[in-house]
Design a protein around this ligand. Structure first.
Ligand SMILES: Nc1nc2c(ncn2[C@@H]2O[C@H](COP(=O)(O)OP(=O)(O)OP(=O)(O)O)[C@@H](O)[C@H]2O)c(=O)[nH]1
Ligand SMILES: [Mg+2]
Length: 331
């Protein structure tokens, strides 16, 4: 019997592969178990997940499960972990400082940032973790930096558009990524699951040209795009231009391939203050599972408000939700 796994199950599998904190692993495994359809065809998978959970719960509290190999580990928080990767002085910390409440050290000389620093970006009520990293370069780079980067969900490849050495810097960054077995893939053209090499980390990447307010920025971007045609989606930003930062924030959200869904209790207005964040393509059933593990079992139907449907349209559990939908679950 085919297992018929919901799409989010595979997202969780991927996260579990990358997770290193024991608590994080337990949480992901529990979620996988809740999502797993319970029938004969998944008996073995159910047993396997249960024994994995039991094993994890026996691990000593605070164990990082192998993290000792790395100097730093940034526990994932929010809807996704986005790594800020780039050459020295390219403007990574400045972006973290503008997009989140973090207060990183920023200076007009290279190698200012010495260790990873996370911050939370709020995009339409969705918390997205940005991680500012020390620079990547062929010289003077601590080996832990790419090791931290490879565990992210996505990557921003930061290039300084005010600097004539930016092409050289980008070349070095790509070399470091390659030797760290990190594939900076196009956000819209991800390598299919079955074609991935197990030892490589595939990070959807967005090219971010910084310091767009300075002379020659556009020309330098054109040179980069000519050299790497359509390799990644790109955009330019300046910390002086709030509109460009808002565009970046939206592009980061888009990169995560998630959607926001709001919950509504029958007879009450929807709770628009707290979106549920689900993978794109998620169904009403997956939403119900997220609201409460038991809710999905007794689900009879749902009513949905949103674009392209009648207000309160009645839908079944297989209905694929869309960004911004309001959902009322009925048992
Ligand atoms: N004009 C202008 N300057 C910027 C912009 N973004 C960053 N800078 C300047 O660029 C310099 C380097 O910025 P950082 O944010 O420290 O760069 P970084 O990539 O974190 O540097 P490292 O930690 O050394 O790798 C600082 O002097 C910033 O003020 C921008 O959009 N416009
Ligand atoms: Mg920095």
């Amino acid at each position: 019997m085919p297992a018929n796994l919901p799409p989010h199950y595979h997202v969780l599998e991927e996260r579990l592969r990358r997770a290193r904190g024991t608590q994080e692993k337990i949480a992901i495994t529990e979620e996988m178990y809740a999502l797993l359809p319970k029938h004969k065809g998944t008996d073995k998978m159910q047993a396997d997940l249960k024994s994995r959970m039991a094993k994890l719960r026996k691990e000593p509290q605070g164990s990082k499960g192998g993290a000792t190999r790395f100097t730093y580990h940034v526990e994932r928080e929010g809807a996704g972990q986005v790594m800020l990767v780039g050459a020295p002085n390219s403007g990574k910390s400045s972006l973290l400082g503008r997009l989140t409440r973090a207060n990183p050290e920023i200076a007009d000389y290279p190698f200012t940032t010495r260790k990873p620093q996370p911050g939370m970006l709020d995009h339409l009520g969705v918390g997205i973790q940005l991680v500012d990293l020390p620079p990547l370069s062929l010289e003077h780079m601590e080996s832990f930096v790419p090791q931290v980067a490879r565990y992210g969900d996505c990557m921003l490849l930061i290039v300084d558009l005010s600097d004539d050495a930016t092409l050289e810097g980008l070349g070095e960054v790509l070399e470091v990524l390659e030797s760290a077995k990190i594939v900076a893939e196009h956000t819209d053209r991800r390598v299919a699951e079955e074609d991935r090499h197990p030892s490589l980390a595939y990070l959807p990447t967005l090219l971010v040209g910084t310091k767009a307010d300075l002379d020659g920025a556009q020309e330098r971007l054109e040179v980069i795009l000519e050299l790497y045609p359509d390799r990644w989606p790109s955009l330019t930003v300046s910390i002086e231009d709030p509109d460009s930062l808002a565009r970046l924030s939206a592009a980061i959200y888009d990169q995560l391939r998630v959607l926001r869904v709001f919950s509504k209790v029958p007879g009450k207005p929807a709770d628009m203050s707290r979106p549920y964040v689900l993978p794109r393509g998620a169904t009403v059933e997956e939403f119900a599972l997220r609201v409460h593990k038991d809710f999905a079992k007794g689900l009879a139907f749902a009513r949905v408000w949103g674009e392209g449907k009648f207000d309160g349209q009645r839908v079944n559990r297989e209905y694929a939700l869309q960004e911004g939908d309001v959902v009322e679950l009925h048992r």
